[in-house]
Design a protein around this ligand. Structure first.
Ligand code: AHG
Ligand code: MN
Ligand code: MN
Length: 335
């Protein structure tokens, strides 16, 4: 029976002691993310409404004062994190460089940095399909009190302290891990509270769904082409079902619940893959592993890749363990 009465706020406090370096700072950071998630949720919902009004002939929706939702989500998360003075640095898909956050407190002890994809799946906004926010949290490696440096952001995924996503779907959920399993919380929009609805989430060990942009098929490496053919063959529990939303968060969320694999390989269109290591692949890989699944670039564990750039892209193979291992077999055979 699922617990339905624990709120995210209560859960964060309850779990605070599980955390090795607990000082309450991480809990405050989660509270800020929780707040920003609610604000962005409100904006995402409103944007649909604005689009409907626009289509009905309201010209006011055009022009300068209409911000794009991904920029708006970026601003809301940055504002919330900055205002609360709980991080020393932020890296975002929407910002060319990382942002150093200066605390007004001279004894500034903030030690966490956040990397984020404020609005994932932005091509789906206009068509009322699920979008998300992805975040990843690290402890800085340069001395506390000094301005953050690029090296604080270029840490491998195994160093993540926490990671998660918000899915703005048929309901809005916040799913996160601090390295002690994965828990999902559903927003009750009437009262603006997230409740624990999906405790201890686990990917099924195998599944029957493959998610890939098959329109790019001819550009894929042979290993991926062969794996896709394998998924389509009539044998054992195959053919599998193909499902591709085009929002990583939504594809991942479905695969975690139902069992499946997500692929964004390298191709002649995207020589290093399309997804970004630091704020898309690493946080999803951390969640996947914590939920008993696997995330690789076809050969290497995502979380062990040493980043060299803030906006670095990598191929991404993520999902039910057995499915990812099978895809890796095809990659190795064609390497
Ligand atoms: P974003 O909206 O943050 O740029 O990310 C979009 C990503 C990912 O969410 C999705 O799975 C993928 O791009 C879709 O890419 P294609 O349209 O190339 O399939
Ligand atoms: Mn994205
Ligand atoms: Mn994005």
């Amino acid at each position: 029976m699922q617990q339905r009465n624990t709120t995210l706020g209560e859960f964060i406090i309850e779990k605070q002691t599980e955390f090795q370096y607990t000082s309450g700072e991480l809990s405050k950071l989660f509270n800020a993310i929780r707040l920003a998630a609610k604000v962005v949720n409100h904006e995402v919902n409103k944007a649909g409404l604005v689009d409907i009004l626009g289509a009905a002939g309201d010209t006011n929706v055009q022009g300068e004062d209409q911000q794009k939702l991904d920029v708006l989500a970026n601003d809301k998360f940055i504002q919330t994190l900055k205002n609360r003075e709980i991080v020393c640095g932020i890296g975002s898909e929407e910002e060319d460089d990382f942002i150093a956050v200066n605390s007004s407190d001279e004894q500034d002890q903030n030690k966490y940095i956040v990397l984020m994809d404020p609005l994932d799946g932005s091509s789906n906004i206009d068509v009322n399909v699920s979008v998300g926010t992805i975040f990843s949290i690290y402890r800085r490696i340069t001395p506390i009190g000094s301005p953050v440096q690029l090296e604080d952001f270029l840490q491998p995924g195994i160093k993540q302290v926490a990671a998660g996503y918000i899915i703005y779907g048929t309901s809005t959920m916040l799913v996160y891990t601090t390295g002690h399993g994965v828990n999902g919380f559903t927003l009750n929009p009437a009262i603006g509270t997230f409740y624990l609805s999906h405790p201890n989430m686990k990917f099924p060990e195998t599944g029957k769904i493959y998610s890939v942009n098959e329109g790019n098929y001819i550009h894929f490496p042979k290993g991926v082409k062969d794996y896709i053919k394998y998924c389509q063959e009539e044998e054992d529990d195959r053919p599998y079902t193909s499902r591709y939303i085009g929002s990583l968060v939504a594809d991942f969320h479905r695969n975690m619940i139902k069992g499946g694999i997500y692929l964004y390989p390298e191709s002649s269109l995207w020589p290093s893959g399309k997804l970004r290591l630091l704020y898309e692949c690493n946080p999803m890989a951390f969640l996947a592993e914590q939920a008993g699944a696997k995330a690789t670039d076809g050969f290497r564990r995502i979380m062990e890749i040493e980043p060299t750039e803030l906006h670095q892209r990598v191929p991404f193979f993520c999902g039910s363990k057995k499915m990812v291992e099978k895809a890796e077999e095809f990659m190795a055979r064609n390497a």
